[in-house]
Design a protein. Structure first.
Length: 234
């Protein structure tokens, strides 16, 4: 199949498949998690889906390699806003006893989608690569609109154990009768909100100080390194 793009070579295709996509994705995803903790997860997920689908449309009308490369990089940028809000929504949509199953179904969809992506060759053979990109782009925008209309933002931590603040306050006053009620209320007051930078740095530190986190991240790095290497080779 010829892309009919001036200057398009196999080595440049390798850049499209790997570095140009993962460079922005791998960096942006570190910040998209913080945004998912502080913004509407529904809006992040819906608009990210629509915007990364638009990059398929811009690829379809690209005339030069640079334009395709730019679309590919923006695809990686917008896709970085998929995982964090999705996993966060799962936590608040499903109670702990079925949450693992929900995560497994979500992961199942990701890998089935990757497997089905090879079927794009049928669209290319029927309509050409430009129309194949356009069709998938329009479909992705439609799915993003569905997310916007159907998915709701559940209460954060709705399945987490709740503390009866009034009861705790009474217990403090009972245990320490000399403590004025105002001081007890002050002790129970929520901690000041941390800035996004502090939250980000704290999460990054936890990733390297928590053994479970560290080895999970290390394993994921090697797993994707192998997967992408095989894909690029093929």
């Amino acid at each position: 199949m010829s892309l009919a793009i001036p200057g398009f070579t196999s080595s440049k295709y390798g850049l499209l498949s790997g570095v140009l996509f993962t460079s922005l994705f791998s960096v942006t995803v570190l910040f998209s998690g913080v945004m998912s903790d502080n913004c509407s997860r529904r809006l992040l997920l819906a608009f990210a889906a629509m915007l990364w689908s638009l990059t398929s449309l811009t690829t379809a009308i690209s005339k030069t390699y640079a334009e395709i490369a730019a679309s590919r990089m923006m695809l990686g940028f917008f896709e970085a806003f998929c995982g964090p809000p999705a996993y966060s929504l799962i936590v608040d949509y499903f109670p702990p006893e079925v949450r693992t199953t929900a995560n497994a179904i979500y992961a199942f969809g990701i890998y089935v989608g990757v497997a089905l992506s090879s079927m794009i060759t049928l669209l290319i053979s029927l309509f050409g690569w430009r129309w194949a990109y356009a069709i998938t782009g329009f479909f992705g925008v439609f799915v993003g609109i569905l997310v916007l209309l159907i998915v709701k933002d559940p209460i954060r931590g709705r399945f987490e154990p709740r503390v009866d603040v009034a009861q705790v306050e009474d217990d403090i006053l009972e245990d320490e009768p000399q403590t004025p009620r105002s001081q007890a209320a002050l002790a129970l007051a929520p901690a000041p909100k941390e800035s996004l930078v502090i939250k980000y740095l704290g999460g990054f530190k936890a990733m390297y100080t928590n053994n479970v986190c560290f080895y999970t991240v290390a394993g994921a790095c090697f797993r994707y390194w192998q997967g992408y290497s095989i894909a690029y080779f093929c």
